[in-house]
Design a binder for this molecule. Structure first.
Ligand code: 13P
Length: 287
């Protein structure tokens, strides 16, 4: 059964580790992530962007697929199904479809509007027993066509949003979605410390988990980060393994590639990436 992310994140914050959010795009990715989480006895969050939701024909399809897998694969670790960077409307759709966690990304609105919309969704999530992530200070890079500038959040604004009763807060600390440029100055721990001071016990979320050096990840966790999002790294490992498989030309019988065999190396590559991240984040054995 899907669970809200609240308990797993509070435990992670107290235990000084982070739960990984791994974004899903299809059945193979989902199966790989759940397989590793169960093997390593780690809690896990499956992230779904609105773009990935459309690709998979809609949020209800995803809820059906994930719930089916939890049962058929006999998954015992806590799993949350979470909307990633949701719009106000998208968040409401996910609540109705059966997601167990949502993110409302109001970081591009003026703070008063971000507060107003987040508040409405906090109330709705309370009714559904669903966890909610809010964002202050947009994350850099491009995601689903939306380009953020990698801001550092205003700690006072973070407090205003945290006080609405959200479950977790994503505060921009110079992090970027996708690969980090060579001249990236690194995470702003100064901002992270200032945010933590304002929001107290609130579990913090670090987006853009691909390519952040291990020492920075560990320091961020020590300063209150309890959830780390990873997407690009899975995409890269999946694409590279698939490309290699096609180039090697294996399994190409007269009728072409067997789709199940074609996608298998990519699915294995995702497993390796997820395992590496769970070990780095310290969530292994914490289910
Ligand atoms: P990356 O694509 O950089 O791993 O970031 C993922 C993310 O933050 C999703 O919200």
């Amino acid at each position: 059964m899907l669970v809200s992310a609240k308990e797993m994140l509070n435990k992670a914050r107290d235990g000084k580790y982070a739960v990984g959010q791994f974004n899903i795009n299809n059945l193979e990715w989902t199966k790989s992530i759940l397989t590793v989480a169960e093997e390593l006895k780690s809690p896990v969050i499956l992230g779904v962007s609105e773009g990935a939701g459309k690709y998979m024909t809609g949020f209800k399809t995803i809820v059906g697929m994930v719930n089916g897998m939890l049962e058929e694969m006999k998954i015992t670790v806590p799993v949350a199904l979470h909307l990633d960077h949701g719009t106000f409307e998208g968040a409401q759709k996910c609540l109705r479809a059966g997601f167990s966690s949502i993110m409302f990304d109001g970081s591009h609105y003026p703070i008063a509007e971000n507060i107003e919309k987040t508040k409405i969704l906090v109330n709705a999530c309370d009714v559904f027993g669903v966890s909610i992530e809010a964002e202050v200070g947009s994350i850099g890079g491009e995601e689903d066509g939306v380009v953020g500038m990698g801001e550092c959040a205003d700690p006072k604004e973070c407090k205003s949003i945290a006080d609405l009763g959200v479950t977790m807060l994503a505060a921009g600390i110079g992090n970027i979605h996708g690969k980090y440029p060579a001249n990236w100055p690194g995470l702003s721990f100064e901002t992270l410390e200032a945010v933590k001071k304002e929001v107290g016990d609130m579990p913090l979320v670090l987006h853009g988990g691909t390519g952040i050096p291990a020492d920075m990840i560990k320091k961020a966790i020590s300063l209150g980060v309890a959830k780390i999002n990873v997407n690009t790294e899975c995409q890269l490992s999946f694409a590279e393994a698939t490309r290699k498989y096609i180039e090697e030309g294996k399994d190409q019988q007269g009728k072409g590639f067997d789709p199940r065999k074609l996608l298998a190396p990519g699915a294995e590559a995702i497993k390796a990436t997820v395992k590496e991240k769970m070990e780095l984040f310290g969530s292994v054995g914490k289910a």
